[in-house]
Ligand binder design. Structure first.
Ligand SMILES: C[S@@+](CC[C@H](N)C(=O)[O-])C[C@H]1O[C@@H](n2cnc3c(N)ncnc32)[C@H](O)[C@@H]1O
Length: 243
């Protein structure tokens, strides 16, 4: 009995999240007030642990960071000889990235995207677009050998997931390795973001075009603000490759 009550509460949580829309200003406000608990100062442990699988012996890769924030992994991978492209709506996040990583950069306009800016490291191997991810297409940024999706699919509005997934698929080249980190928790307790993305959703979004393998499932409750009131929080990483 208690079990079915739990299940229906959880289902209500999923429904509530499905209707949630996070306006751009809410994200900008998070950056303005330094409310960025999602930022990982030391780089994400999954990326470090699975680097060899991600690279698969390849060098000089072109890597994409959707909704990149100021992820320190971008500098780490660039230092390993890869070129990194990111996209982020917050200009201050991108400027923080360059200043905190001691990188000089130049600002350019993007002729194909009115209002967008491109921040390019002087060395040329990190290009960060300041615009909405939905403004980008493979015509503008090309296709990628690898995608690191952490805090991205789980952060976009749930109603935009099909559009987002189709964009990611359009950015994958034949050899692309797409590492996707999702999270699992009781959605009746926290409204998101991050949103709860079950494995069935990952399979629904990508399963037609990709082989999907779960590589890791880690208890990350200790990293989550206590005020969310969660009693479990799992980070789950999948590897997606085109069929
Ligand atoms: C949860 S944070 C994750 C940042 C980064 N991936 C990380 O792991 O630290 C999500 C980021 O997406 C940005 N964002 C939200 N909606 C966006 C959109 N439509 N296009 C580009 N960036 C967006 C937010 O400003 C925020 O920095």
């Amino acid at each position: 009995m208690e079990h079915s009550l739990d299940a229906s509460r959880r289902e209500e949580g999923v429904k509530a999240q499905e209707g949630r829309l996070v306006p751009k200003d809410e994200w900008l406000q998070k950056w303005q007030t330094n409310n960025i608990a999602f930022h990982v100062e030391q780089g994400h442990p999954f990326l470090r642990k699975y680097l060899d699988i991600f690279l698969n012996g390849r060098t000089g890769l072109k890597l994409f960071f959707p909704l990149c924030g100021k992820a320190v992994d971008m500098k780490w991978l660039a230092d390993l000889g890869h070129s990194v492209v990111g996209v982020e709506i917050s200009e201050s996040a991108l400027k923080d990235f360059f200043s905190e990583q001691n990188l000089s950069f130049a600002e350019e306009t993007v002729p194909e995207i009115p209002g967008a800016k491109l921040f390019k490291s002087t060395s040329g191997n990190i290009s960060l677009y300041c615009c909405s991810i939905y403004d980008l297409t493979s015509t503008v940024i090309g296709k990628f050998d690898g995608i690191w999706d952490r805090g991205s699919l789980v952060a976009i509005n749930p109603c935009d997931r099909e559009r987002y997934a189709n964009l990611m698929l359009s950015l994958m080249n034949r050899q692309c390795c797409y590492l996707l980190v999702t999270c699992s928790y009781d959605p009746s307790k926290h409204k998101g973001p991050p949103f709860f993305v079950p494995e069935s959703e990952v399979r629904h979004l990508f399963g037609k075009c990709c082989d999907i393998k779960c590589l890791e499932k880690k208890d990350s409750l200790s990293r989550i603000p206590e005020k969310w009131g969660l009693d479990y929080f799992w980070e789950i990483m999948y590897m997606l490759v085109l069929k």
